[in-house]
Design a binder for this molecule. Structure first.
Ligand code: C2O
Length: 561
């Protein structure tokens, strides 16, 4: 990457000298991220947490489209760390993508690595987070991509912009939480609070004095840049007495969509305009979990709050609380997701690779039923009945250097057995194969995937995230995808273009993307526990014919395993 950055610097100079106006030029954004530990107190509990530059949520990075980011990471924490730039296309920079053992070995304690990549063709909000074990619970922050200087938004310029970071908090060390689940074969313990900009709000113990307050002025408009950094929860999001207009999702502009409620999945980012149209007052910004599990409320069914405060209003009045949908209001969740539309779609109209991928949980048997999952088995996740096992060097290095024995290339295009996916599934189909199987793609092939949720253990709305690409969501539905009748219902005109999508519980979703980016790209459930349990797979996209379509050599400082 040293070579690349000098080329970029050279390009930068040429640009300054030869080209005017400035608006076509990009700059280099340099940041230093020091990863360390500190004690943080929330909901009456003090925990040692891992943070970046001592902040929780971590620092917001603001860049312009086209900029080159150089993020120097120094790991002073006692854990292995990697950072992922969630949603960034990483064109020809797969080495900077960050998932542990997929594109890099971890940065070990006391060591450094510099992430060097450009952000091109994307505007809006993305985010960054740790991509190893459970560290992203506290190692995360917003990545804001403004239009290039001189360019404008496709909507009236707001008076101010406000990042809203939705998170989760454990009254425990999160590394212990995941280690315990791995040891016992059970599911990791759920969190103890949900947060908005780091604070749980008025309805959680020991929290009301710290509730996040957002000051607004009557008549002004604000762009809320909402990032769902939660580990295991989708949220409904409302602001009392204020309508919201969604203008971008996952750093892609949408047709403006006016609504009083949002649904946001872990991994999703959403840009939303609001107008401070009330006379004055205090209004709760409130979230509640959307939980698609048919069985239960084994989570905090509590309202998390921040306060939208009109400047002239005193702190002491009682804020207005919005009425949130019930936690299991799938109709509202479905309506919201189905109403998102791309502003500038360019849907590929032919398909080269068609896949049907079942997704959900699974069980692996343990000797003498000694594990903590259902029936004494180990809970895992699986795509097409394959539960992903983390290799001990990165898949990208194995691919690039031709190292055998790290992965196989037989990830199947279809589930190995055809069955009634969403009905009660016979127990004989609950046990997956374990392995590191990748799907190899030719450069520039158009891939269409039908994600089919299964009823193994339980149906559930899993937010599926693909690294290095946005994808079009052509349609979704409940039950089993019907290859005869459902294709006619797909939206090829203006489907949303996202990097993470919840597949309906007991249903399906169809996505399409172009494999135009050489490298190894992880696809996984963005419920962190499910990803840890193996609900992951990897696409390897081969080089294209031109030199500019080839994966460059790894950076000199890429960590070693
Ligand atoms: Cu938010 Cu694998 O990523």
């Amino acid at each position: 990457m040293a070579g690349l950055s000098s080329v970029l610097k050279f390009g930068f100079l040429v640009c300054l000298i030869l080209v005017s106006p400035w608006s076509v030029c990009a700059s280099i954004v340099h940041r230093k991220f020091t990863i360390g530990t500190q004690n943080v107190t929330k909901v009456c509990s003090t925990q040692m947490v891992v943070t970046v530059n001592g902040r929780l949520p971590g620092p917001t990075i603001t860049v312009h489209e086209g900029d080159n980011l150089v993020i120097e990471v120094e790991n002073n924490a006692p854990y292995n760390v990697t950072l992922h730039w969630h949603g960034v296309r990483q064109l020809k920079s797969c080495w900077a993508d960050g998932p542990a053992y997929v594109t890099q070995c971890p940065i070990t304690p006391g060591n450094k690595f510099t992430y060097n990549f450009s952000v091109t063709g994307q505007e809006g909000t993305l985010w960054w987070h740790a991509h190893i074990t459970y560290l992203r619970a506290t190692v995360h922050g917003a990545l804001i991509i403004l239009p290039r200087p001189g360019k404008t938004y496709p909507f009236p310029k707001p008076d101010a912009e406000i990042p809203i970071i939705l998170g989760e908090w454990w009254n425990a060390n999160v590394e212990d939480v995941i280690a315990e689940a791995v040891r016992t074969g059970g599911v990791p313990n759920d969190s103890d609070a949900y947060t908005i900009n780091g604070q749980p709000g008025d309805f959680f113990p020991c929290s009301a004095n710290e509730t996040t307050r957002i000051l607004v002025e009557r008549g002004k408009t604000y762009l809320l840049r909402i990032v769902n950094c939660a580990m295991l929860h989708s949220y409904f999001f409302k602001i009392a007495n204020h309508l919201m207009t969604v203008v971008a999702v996952d750093a892609e502009y949408t047709k403006p969509y006016k609504t009083d409620v949002l649904l946001t999945n872990p991994g999703n980012t959403m840009d939303v305009l609001i107008t401070a149209g009330q006379q004055s007052g205090l209004f709760y910004i409130a979230t509640r979990v959307y939980n698609s599990l048919p069985l239960g409320t084994d989570f905090l069914n509590t309202t998390t709050t921040a306060i939208l405060q009109y400047k002239e209003c005193s702190n002491t009045s009682v804020p207005v609380l919005p009425i949130l949908p019930a936690f299991n209001d799938t109709a509202t969740a479905t309506k919201f997701s189905s109403n998102l539309r791309s502003l500038n779609p360019s849907v590929p109209n032919t398909v080269d690779v068609e896949m049907l991928i079942t997704e959900g949980l699974a069980l692996v048997s343990c000797p003498n039923n000694s594990c903590a999952g259902i029936n004494g088995d180990r809970a895992v996740g699986a795509f097409n009945n394959i539960s992903y096992v983390q290799p001990n060097i990165s898949i990208l290095e194995a691919y690039y250097f031709g190292i055998d024995g790290v992965y196989t290339t037989d990830f199947p295009d279809n589930p190995p057995t055809v069955y009634n996916y969403t009905a009660t599934v016979p127990l004989s189909l609950w046990e997956p194969e374990l392995g590191v199987k990748v799907k190899v793609l030719k450069f520039n092939s158009v891939v269409q995937i039908v994600f089919q949720n299964t009823g193994i253990i339980t149906i559930q709305n899993h937010p599926i995230h693909l690294h290095g690409h946005n994808f079009y969501v052509l349609g979704q539905g409940f039950g089993n995808y019907n290859g005869k009748t459902d294709p006619a219902k797909l939206n090829l005109v203006d489907p949303p273009f996202v990097n993470t999508r919840g597949v309906p519980a007991g249903g399906w979703a169809v996505i399409r993307f172009t494999a135009d980016n050489p490298g190894a790209w992880l696809m996984h459930c963005h419920f962190e526990s499910h990803s840890e349990l193996g609900l992951d797979m990897v696409f390897v996209t081969k080089d294209g014919p031109r030199n500019s379509d080839k994966l460059p050599a790894p950076p000199f400082d890429l960590p070693k395993c």
